[in-house]
Design a protein. Sequence first.
Length: 352
Amino acid sequence: MLPPFVEATHCIGYHLTRKGRAVADRVVSVLGYACPDITYSPSLYPITAALLHFMPEEECYHCMASLVASKEKMFITQTKLLNEVTWKTVMQIAKKHAKSAAQHLSRLSGAIGPERIYADWQWWILAALPFPHLVRVLDCFFHEGIKVFYRVALAILILFHKHTSNQNSEWYAEATKNGVDHAIDKFCRNMPVSPTKLLRTAFSIRALSSQYISRVFIKTEMTLKSKQVITGSRLVRSRSSDNLPTSQSQVNIQMMSHTLTIRELFTLWSWLPVRITMYQPVLLYTTEEHGCSLTTFYVRVEHHEPTLLMIKTCNNEVFGAYCSTRWFERNQKDERGNRQAYFGTGETFLFR
């Protein structure tokens, strides 16, 4: 049985034999067992199946495990929230870097709206493109990360606009008759340009830098998270009474720090990802004992993951952050050798 993060409707095998499909199932299942924090990753299965055309099972597993674990570059989204962030990111960058194509898509989308079209963006690539095109795209993807998919999605929109701008064209007729969502899918399946032309179109989009994409991605992610907080809905919430800190942990924290009351600790605990609540909290740093040196803070905290940062003001107000990755990552460099301006994952959040 496949892990629950897989979408049954998108278990694409790319003409693998029955034996090959069984191998793909096994690789994905082992990944699900080894990475229990993956809650939603529909693209993981198709990419696994594509790799199995070119390498044995063991190498495929190690490649997929590396893609999932990568922190320097994003390759595969692993939660529903981040999956939604990606298509909203595509929509935002299309409005700026493929403006005419985005406006054309909005006009053609009619009552269903462009959001419904963009929500399927990754399936234009993984499900609809001919396999020779997909292989070339994946070759770039494994080197550059998900930003390659963003570029290719924009290239598809640009080419689709070019072939539907004439109202007498067959693709315009297809879009008006069967809907633009079906038209784009059919257009990708019958891609009228070569893989080289598709990639040339994708990489000729100017000023679409990794930094810009990251800014749009993070802004979109924060917007979605803030909406969840306002509406009181969370995609992943801990069980309110399960995996609470043990009595001894509560006592230890209360003895060492006066920042949180037990009630506040329980409230904060209910906001954490379920898997994290299985650990017992340990106090790493407090100004009461360790002073106010930032250097001391980094030395004591930077190699631990995850951490809760809590600050009490002079007015006895408490605010802080759940930091899902190590503070040590603040020293990592991007592909240009510059220190990263931010670090963390989609699970990081602020509280007060």
